[in-house]
Design a protein around this ligand. Structure first.
Ligand code: KIV
Length: 295
């Protein structure tokens, strides 16, 4: 039986994503940070899995993504790799891993592919990253771009602010997107920009755009796994749709466990292991003999 690009089981590659855009089929993308979540997301048929540096906030409890290290990203990417068979696996390069020099950036990017099994790396920034993207692509490292509200630019942007609101900013975003495409990026994440701007960029680019807080006209959509599931502690951003309240499910399960242990309802006899009948009988007869000797 042949397996085609549209087949649910077929491996997703950067070519599949391009094909999706050409055929006006939406691309689905979610973050994952560990083996279990990666398996669930992959087995649900999501096209692209991103080991986002958002893991610093949702998994590790950092205030923002800036402290995330290469070691942390590699560790989580390896775990996700073990859970993913079909999706296109992308790893985020953390802040300062590609900002210091091209040489260091290339070496770090290669580690995601060679040591952690990622199929592409994602870096934040547009026109100013184009040369680096071209070098990575030349080194056979597929690259996903990321423009608009780029969380690693938190301090430079003066906070998490929607980007691309003025004519000049819209023009810059268009330059950024085109520069990434020309440099060889395989797709570009558009984050936190007006719907109209995302639609214009999407229409202009040949490579797919993946939106997050960028409206419905992008070629695909990405959400953070924990946002989708209601597993975060702060009020969600406007663009987040919570598909489940897993936080409450977990809290209720933990409270029920606590109550059952305190009341001795857990574990029950059925949830316990038992001695084989013969061993139990032997133990009982030893105890009986001991009691007889004492009397
Ligand atoms: O780190 C991340 O999860 C991301 C997505 C929000 C695109 O970069």
């Amino acid at each position: 039986m042949s397996i085609t690009a549209g087949d649910f089981r077929a491996k997703i590659t950067s070519s599949t994503l391009l094909d999706r855009k050409q055929h006006h089929e939406r691309i689905t993308c979610l973050t994952a940070y560990d083996y279990a979540s990666a398996r669930l997301v992959d087995e649900a048929g999501i096209d692209m899995i991103l080991v986002g540096d958002s893991l610093g906030m949702v998994m590790l409890g950092y205030e923002n993504t800036l402290p995330v290290t290469m070691a942390e990203m590699l560790h989580h990417t390896r775990a996700v790799r073990r859970g993913v068979k079909r999706a296109f696996l992308v790893a985020d390069m953390p802040f300062a891993s590609y900002h210091v020099s091209q040489r260091e950036a290339l070496r770090n990017a290669a580690r995601f592919i060679k040591d952690a099994g990622a199929e592409a790396v994602k870096i934040e920034g547009g026109e100013k990253r184009a040369r680096l993207v071209a070098r990575m692509v030349e080194a056979e490292i597929p690259v996903v771009g990321h423009i608009g509200l780029t969380p690693q630019s938190l301090h430079a942007m003066g906070g998490y602010k929607i980007q691309g609101k003025t004519l000049a900013a819209v023009e810059q975003l268009m330059h950024d997107a085109l520069a990434l495409e020309r440099a060889g990026a395989c797709c570009v994440v558009l984050e936190g920009i007006p719907r109209e701007v995302a639609a214009m960029i999407t229409a202009e680019l040949e490579i797919p755009t993946i939106g997050i807080g960028a409206g419905p006209d992008c070629d695909g959509q990405v959400l953070v796994f924990h946002d989708l599931l209601g597993l975060t502690f702060a009020p969600p951003a406007k663009f987040v749709r919570r598909y489940a309240d897993v936080g409450t499910v977990i809290s209720n399960a933990v409270l029920a466990f606590k109550g059952d242990v305190k009341s001795q309802a857990y574990p029950s006899d059925e949830e316990s292991y038992h001695l084989p009948k013969e061993t139990l009988a032997a133990l009982q007869s030893i105890a009986q003999r001991k009691r007889a000797v004492q009397v």
